[in-house]
Design a protein around this ligand. Structure first.
Ligand code: KIV
Length: 528
């Protein structure tokens, strides 16, 4: 057994599976790039069989990842495993992850299989996966509620069939550190071929124990931890990547284990996931919460001023929170801007850099001090070559009403303007956009969220808008010192994503039907 812990990130699969967390292919590629760059060992890129979109995302990540092993989930079904293998075809380091329940409660009520029948399913699924790649993970779903002697048999079957990683998940978040430790020790000691596989733990956080359980698993012999950025995932979420990574690093004296993740990228990864999902982390979230390094009490502040070690077990810088995050102002030049982006781990091509610099100058004219957070928001602003772009906005509002918005929007390079009344200025703005943009009228608003990027009354507002259209969810972001302008930008960003999504669907359709040509969609022309 080595002392190296494999960090397996499932933000893009288990994380994305939870309500409100869905991401587009482009967003998943961005997240995967950050995970790969920070030293995550295995990225579970999705569940290729779940949808064409999932398949395309896994395939794209598989084709672009530089270092990490890329994995697709597959049920113990032939079609799933073949689909996963197809998505991973051009991957440098592919892994197929197949799973089957082992608990009596799942086998009886969900799968209607006897224990012996389930062993056959496990054997066939793993053997088929192994015919495509020599890196196969098998998970015993609901392992923590499985009778231990049967779990040993199931594990032996999977390893004999070729599994190289054995994952024992706490699917329903029922385990405690003691029971998880016991399960791993028992299986590793009793499965006769245990030495041929790496053992892994996947923890759900229903009782708030996922991180503690993951650490108990590694103390009992597991060498892979499955986790997600910000702990997102089914129900109460998964083990949080940033928590286990920092626990292993800060308490190396206790665990004595190595982990290859560069912790200085944790904050950036957390912010990116927050931005693409539109779901903020709680302020007191360990490691990445806004208050994680804030010292409010007088006694603590007094200690900190005398010696930081009095109340700080790790520095903010060690997880990527910069000490002084004041960036620059309107006099800063191109070179300083590029340097600062480099420091933040942001690499842009020449044209993107030029666009971002122009946006930076515009912002610097409105806002005296620009912080790292402002730069992240600036960079995440959608590219200029979109179909719809914000042009201008005038608002009439206040307690006397009516609230009115007059919005100018560039559509395919032409300025269109319209004016609408609404129940409040935001409603009026969204009505303007809906009246001018294709598909936007049918899209249902699922989330509208505003947060101040930094402190101060001149802080930029960052707005997240999530829309649902024909079962697909898209998220748009907009940042501006004016909250209403940010709202318009966020809604427009979301409809651009819808537009790209429908173009992708048209492409898939036309590929499938080869000769059938669909007419190009036209933007609405009823603008005033
Ligand atoms: O929670 C679970 O059991 C899973 C497995 C597929 C790993 O997500």
């Amino acid at each position: 057994m080595t002392n190296r812990i494999i960090i397996f990130d499932t933000t893009l699969r288990d994380g994305e599976q939870s309500p409100g967390m869905s991401m587009t292919r482009e967003e998943k590629l961005l997240v995967a790039e950050v995970l790969d760059g920070m030293g995550v060992d295995v990225i579970e890129a999705g569940f290729a069989m779940a949808s064409d979109g999932d398949f395309e995302s896994v395939k794209a990540i598989a084709e672009t990842a530089k270092n990490a092993v890329i994995c697709s989930l597959a049920r113990a079904k032939e079609a799933d495993i073949r689909r996963a293998a197809e998505a991973l075809k051009n991957c440098k380091r592919p892994r197929i992850h197949t799973f089957m329940s082992t608990s009596e409660i799942h086998l009886t009520h969900q799968f209607k299989l006897s224990q012996d029948e389930a062993l056959v399913v496990i054997k066939n699924a793993v053997a088929l996966a192994r015919s495509f790649t020599d890196n196969v993970e098998w998970s015993a779903m609901d392992a923590t509620r499985t009778e231990l002697n049967y779990l040993v048999k199931a594990v032996e079957t999977a390893i004999d069939a070729g599994a190289t990683t054995i994952n024992l998940p706490d699917t329903v978040g029922y385990g405690t550190p003691e029971t998880i430790g016991h399960m791993f020790r028992y299986v590793i000691e009793n499965a006769k071929n245990a030495h041929k596989a790496v053992f892994s733990f996947h923890g759900q956080n229903d009782l708030g124990l996922a991180t503690a359980n993951s650490l108990a698993a590694v103390q009992a012999g597991a060498r892979q931890i499955e986790c997600t950025i910000n702990g997102i995932g089914e129900r109460a979420g998964n083990t949080s990547l940033e928590e286990v990574v920092m626990a292993l690093k800060v308490r190396k004296d206790v665990f004595g284990l190595e982990c290859g993740v560069n912790a200085q990228h944790l904050m950036r990864a957390s912010k990116l996931v927050t931005q693409v999902t539109g779901q903020s982390v709680q302020v007191n979230k360990a490691i990445v919460g806004a208050n994680a390094f804030a010292h409010e009490s007088g006694i603590h502040q007094d200690g900190m001023l005398k010696n930081r070690d009095t109340y700080e077990i790790m520095t903010p810088e060690s997880v990527g929170v910069t000490k002084t995050n004041l960036v620059m102002g309107k006099h800063s030049g191109r070179a300083a801007f590029k340097d600062k982006l480099g420091e933040l781990g942001i690499r842009l091509g020449d044209n993107q850099l030029e666009d971002a610099f122009v946006r930076f100058k515009t912002l610097a004219d409105k806002k005296k001090e620009i912080f790292d957070e402002d730069l992240f928001a600036l960079i995440d602003t959608d590219a200029a070559d979109e179909r719809y772009a914000f042009a201008n906005l005038n608002i009439e509002c206040g307690s006397e009403g009516p609230q009115m918005a007059r919005l100018g929007m560039m559509i395919d390079g032409h300025l269109r303007t319209t004016k609408k009344e609404g129940n409040g200025p935001v409603d009026a703005i969204f009505k303007c956009i809906k009246s001018m943009a294709l598909d936007a009228n049918e899209a249902e608003l699922k989330l509208y969220q505003v947060h101040a990027i930094t402190g101060g009354t001149d802080a930029q507002a960052e707005v997240t808008v999530r829309l649902e259209y024909e079962g697909k969810l898209v998220t748009g972001h907009g940042a501006d010192v004016d909250t209403l302008v940010a709202s318009a930008k966020a809604y427009i960003a979301a409809i651009n994503k819808l537009e790209r999504l429908s173009q992708r669907l048209l492409l898939t359709d036309s590929e499938a039907t080869a000769t059938e040509k669909k007419p190009a969609k036209k933007a609405k022309t009823d603008a005033a």
